[in-house]
Design a protein around this ligand. Structure first.
Ligand code: THU
Length: 137
């Protein structure tokens, strides 16, 4: 991937994070999902007073891309800052990513400093995803 596209995705993850709705945790996350053909779809975490209804930034980015008809994703950029460190995606989000691309590149950006803190793959952090052996559409 060209570095300009990654830079654009990093900037959009940082910017979109401002829209996160996190009145309960106060922890804002922004995500930028890059499709195989170089488009970017964003997501933020949206919390709810019924806590289990909360949806993470990563899944919101993926669901938004799928809603727009996209299913091939190369990279997800995640911007956050928890006690000075960017966080890895949760297990539910990893499983959702794995269904689309178990080798997805994951780039963690510290929203405090704007620096890339981790650049790894989904396989590195979630090596054994669940696979349902049904027919995929
Ligand atoms: N959260 C995300 O959006 N992404 C992650 O990778 C970890 C957790 C959100 C969900 C909730 O709004 C808040 O962070 C605290 O769990």
């Amino acid at each position: 991937m060209n570095s300009g596209l990654l830079e654009k995705a990093v900037a959009s993850a940082l910017k979109i994070r401002e829209n996160a709705y996190a009145p309960f945790s106060g922890f804002k996350v922004g995500a930028a999902l890059i499709t195989d053909d170089g488009e970017i779809y964003n997501g933020v975490n949206v919390e709810n007073s019924s806590f289990g209804a909360t949806v993470c930034a990563e899944r919101n980015a993926i669901f938004s891309a799928v809603t727009a008809g996209r299913r091939r994703f190369s990279t997800i950029v995640i911007a956050s800052d928890l006690d000075g460190k960017a966080v890895y995606p949760c297990g539910i989000c990893c499983q959702v990513m794995a269904d689309f691309n178990p080798d997805m590149r994951i780039v963690l950006v510290n929203s405090g400093t704007g620096a890339v803190e981790q650049d790894c793959t989904l396989k590195d952090i979630f090596p054994q995803n669940f696979e349902f052996k049904g027919d995929k559409e």
